[in-house]
Design a protein around this ligand. Sequence first.
Ligand code: GAR
Length: 227
Amino acid sequence: MDVTPGPRRRVAVLVSGRGSNMMALAEACREPSFPAEIALVLSNRPDAGALERAAKLGIETAVVDHKAFDSRLAFEDAVHDRLVDAKIDIICLAGFMRILSGSFVGRWQGKMLNVHPSLLPSFPGLDTHARALEAGVRLHGCTVHIVTPELDAGPIVVQAAIPVFNRDTPESLATRLITEEHRCYVVGLRLMAAGRLTLEGERVLIDRDEEMAGPSDVLRFPDTGQG
Ligand code: GAR
């Protein structure tokens, strides 16, 4: 993976909606020892609530409206140029609801994270909470993964699980899961920005020490101490 340790990595958060994951990342980046900073929040939707929230924090924002372009590739070229202008090292997709082409993903290979509201590889795509309920799973969850051309299928970095109760609805699952998403995304970005992720085939190996695991208990979930 190309992201190496060093000064704070410049992160672009790509959003389409309210931006609660973006806010969680921005909050984490306020800690001086965090290895990344949010240099840009970019939305394909001019009305995304995330833009106003980012601007209030003094974070630079940009809109690249996909409707203004004739093709996906033209839209993606404009996004790419904006990211290069901002000297971005790492992209975090946070509720960014446009599918990215293989060519865009290839340009940012190993440098792009996504948060997805299911325990991948179960339930890629949309309506994950309703589909988890229909399937009768006892554990639902979220996944932070490295983005590859196949939708919601890249190597897994961090996951957290929540129990599914009889009374649960898609809404109640979404409400309980979002705080886990925030925790997982902060851990995932910290690890990537600190250069602690190595790809071995489809697997991500995490190089970590007590200091890295300390601020969050998310890593205890997959950490058996045998890694
Ligand atoms: C989050 O639940 C995220 O996992 C989901 O959109 C929501 C965005 O919320 N992303 C996807 O479904 C992508 N496949 P937010 O705007 O409050 O961060």
